[in-house]
Design a binder for this molecule. Structure first.
Ligand SMILES: [Mn+2]
Length: 327
């Protein structure tokens, strides 16, 4: 796998040093975003506290990560927005994303790699916006059961949770699409869509996907080699971008096996394959942030699935700890 150390001397971005000699050990900052402002219903706002109570921080430290707890943003719970049927809770979604951007940027200024716990998928817009204040050359692995290419114009629900990628590439609600230091937030060729289900796509989304420069890995074309494809996807993005953010929506996993996701997906990646793919993605030397979205603790009243998730997640993060130690 390519090592960015060979790009020595490139760029003034002190938070993303490019030569081995400049590299400080990778340290992480945990940020909770207990928001379901952009979701289809309430529940996801409980995820950061459920993950904390079930021991996430300790598990990550045990896996070898040096990680500082930066706390949680204010709780924002879903409410239906009857006045804005095509853009439900637009102002709350924008407000949360802006808070996320500020918090992520502050973490990066302190040379911490943010691990952001959602919350619904719209928070990734804030993560990208915050990272770009310090690193213009950013790529994103969108590891998600959906392509999230719906727009307010064509939506049935008006729920922003299904519109994240549209806003990253400059479509949709102008205020939300303009929350970052650049517009569009990301060029299409800097986005890898990994794990989406073609059967979840609306006709409008399929049309966008036909002509987009985004790199596409639908789950239906992975056969029995998703982990191999994850390595390929990561390498393709590493060639193009100096830093890589990873968005991980737990709905990329089969809800029949681990029904944690707010919106269930069936015939999806197995829990095991998902965690192996995640491990490949976060193992990049260019890792700039990780976002975990869509856990709904209401689906797990005993907390058993959350604990199972944490064990596998911490395991998946072990290569990151190894990378960090090598830097
Ligand atoms: Mn999704």
């Amino acid at each position: 796998m390519a090592d960015d150390g060979e790009l020595g001397g490139a760029g003034p971005d002190s938070a993303f040093p490019q030569t081995p000699a400049e590299k400080a050990p990778m340290r992480f900052g945990l940020i909770g975003v207990p928001s379901s402002a952009g979701a289809h219903g309430p529940g996801q706002e409980k995820a950061p506290s459920a993950l904390r109570k079930a021991g996430l921080l300790g598990a990550l430290r045990e896996a070898g990560l040096e990680i500082e707890d930066l706390g949680d943003l204010p709780v924002v719970r879903f409410t239906p927005d009857r006045a804005n049927r095509k853009r439900q809770s637009q102002s709350r979604v924008v407000k949360v994303a802006r808070q996320v951007a500020d918090t992520v940027a502050t973490a990066v200024e302190r040379e911490l790699v943010p691990i952001v716990l959602g919350g619904d998928c719209t928070i990734t817009l804030g993560v990208v916006a915050g990272l770009e204040r310090h690193q213009a050359d950013l790529g994103l692995i969108y590891f998600d059961g959906d392509a999230d290419l719906k727009t307010p114009e064509a939506t049935h629900s008006g729920i922003f949770d299904a519109m994240g990628v549209s806003h990253l590439i400059g479509n949709g609600d102008p205020e939300l699409a303009h929350i970052g230091p650049r517009f569009p937030l990301l060029p299409e060729d800097r986005i890898v869509l990994f794990g989406f289900h073609p059967y979840e796509l609306e006709p409008e989304e399929s049309r966008v996907l036909e002509t987009t420069a985004m790199v596409k890995y639908p789950v239906t074309l992975m056969d029995d080699r998703p982990v191999e494809l994850a390595a390929e996807a990561r390498a393709r993005l590493e060639e193009r971008a100096r830093a890589i953010a990873v968005h991980f929506d737990v709905d990329v996993m089969d809800s029949a096996e681990i029904p944690l996701a707010d919106w269930p997906h069936y015939d999806a990646l197995s829990f095991g394959d998902t965690m192996h793919c995640l491990s490949v993605f976060v193992g990049s030397q260019k890792l700039a942030a990780l976002v975990v979205t869509e856990i709904n603790p209401d689906h797990d009243p005993e907390g058993l699935l959350v604990r199972q998730f944490i064990d596998a997640f911490a395991d998946a993060m072990r290569p990151v700890a190894a990378n960090a130690a090598r830097r």
